[in-house]
Design a protein around this ligand. Structure first.
Ligand code: 0PR
Length: 399
């Protein structure tokens, strides 16, 4: 750190320089985040110094958080949820598993069972919480094999995890079946709906995944993904107060006498941003956004099929995995030659596209055209054994 402060203009100029290196979302198909709604940004700025770690000082923000919990509870069929706003899916998952473990104090060597498709936050959980995280097999339609999950349960199992919107494929596990297994075995069931929580309730026909199912004990749902809020904004909801209470830590010198959260200091601005966008959009607003993303998802698949590229599974939500040979090279070519950011999946291997609200019909069509060019390029390079140039604009002009 330099001795003397810089002037405002110089600091701003280095900020602008850094900003210019960040990618705008328009060509990003790899992210579950998007531009936050403008009203979330406004609200965020209004509450910038608010700290929910000591919310006795910020009772107004605290009331907004309670209002969010009640809106989320309504969305997820639980009129009286317990919970709080987290920094995102990772924290919600950590806290849900920590609550399961703490609620089963008599078990010394606890384990949980998660689908093999679970987000990598569960690998962090194994490390942080020192809990055995067992992975259940995935079936060919990329949902968890419930009989394998059942067979992994033993007397030290404290809970199961189901995914409503898997990170790689947007698939939804058979949560109603997991709910039965959890009840039969007297164990908890956490649903990771970090992505799908703001999607499933707004698409017509969808599988049950929330508190309507009696075995579901907690849900992670992220406003900073399809909830159109600012980063960081996640939420963790419990069915029963006793799970939340199992996270309680005394905080004698604060304005509040205890905390249930993982972090101490916590952004009240995130709370305000999420409250504002949820109030502003209402269910109708989210339904419009989700339906538009789904329409773009179907357009993407239709266009991809025209170039003989097919999805790994029929999309359940706005995530598409396209089967291609050599996804790693295709990902690199799409980025280096055309500026598109896509991700790749492990098993089955594919390129994975998240159709977020920043995508448009034009960008979807442009993407598939560029994908076509990459595939043709790779085909000719493989056939001739030599590196060929790209026909960038489709007019025969080679770069
Ligand atoms: N659960 C599921 C099902 C997720 O997909 C994710 C994140 C998490 C939990 C963890 O959420 P946080 O990252 O909020 O803690 N899934 C995305 C992923 O790993 C996160 C992401 C977002 C990655 C934007 C890249 C990106 O540009 O793919």
């Amino acid at each position: 750190m330099q001795e003397q402060g810089q002037n405002w203009e110089d600091v701003m100029s280095s900020l602008m320089q850094a900003r210019s290196k960040d990618l705008p979302y328009e060509k990003v198909l790899s992210s579950m985040c998007t531009y936050p709604h403008p009203i979330a940004v406004e609200a965020y700025k209004m509450f910038i110094e608010s700290n929910m770690g000591d919310y006795g000082l910020f009772m107004g923000t605290y009331e907004l958080e309670q209002a969010i919990l009640s809106m989320l509870g309504d969305l997820l069929h639980n009129p009286h949820p317990y919970g709080y706003l987290t920094t995102g899916g990772t924290e919600s998952n950590i806290q849900a598993v920590r609550a399961m473990r703490n609620a089963c104090k008599s078990i010394n060597d606890p384990n949980i069972i998660v689908p093999a498709s679970a987000h990598f936050s569960f690998d962090k959980i194994a490390d942080v919480l020192k809990i055995d995280v067992r992975k259940a097999r995935i079936l060919s339609d990329l949902v968890v094999d419930t009989s394998h999950m059942r067979s992994l349960i033993d007397q030290n199992t404290v809970g199961l995890v189901g995914i409503a919107g898997s990170t790689e494929f947007g698939q939804v596990d058979p949560i109603s079946e997991l709910s039965k297994i959890a009840i039969d075995n007297h164990i908890f069931l956490h649903v990771d709906a970090a992505f799908g929580g703001f999607v499933l309730p707004f698409i017509g026909q969808h599988p049950s995944f929330d508190f309507l199912l009696p075995g579901v004990s907690s849900i992670a749902i992220d406003p900073h993904k399809m909830g159109m809020s600012i980063i960081p904004s996640g939420a963790l909801l419990f069915r029963e107060e006793k799970m939340m209470l199992s996270l309680k830590v005394d905080t004698p010198y604060l304005t509040i006498s205890n905390q249930y959260t993982l972090t101490g200091t916590r952004s009240g601005a995130s709370v305000a941003g999420t409250y504002a966008v949820m109030k502003f959009l209402g269910k109708e607003g989210y339904r419009y956004i989700v339906n538009r993303c789904m329409a773009l998802t179907y357009l993407l698949i239709e266009e991809a099929k025209k170039i003989d590229v097919h999805p790994v599974i029929d999309p359940v939500m706005n995530i598409v995995a396209l089967s291609v040979l050599d996804p790693k090279t295709i990902r690199k070519e799409l980025a280096n030659k055309f500026g598109w950011q896509v991700s790749i999946t492990k098993q089955p291997s594919s390129i994975r596209l998240v159709v977020m609200p920043h995508m448009t019909e034009e960008s979807i069509i442009a993407f598939v055209q560029d994908l076509k060019k990459v595939l043709e390029h790779l085909k000719t390079s493989t056939n001739t054994g030599s590196e060929k140039s790209y026909d960038f604009d489709g007019t025969g002009n080679m770069a």
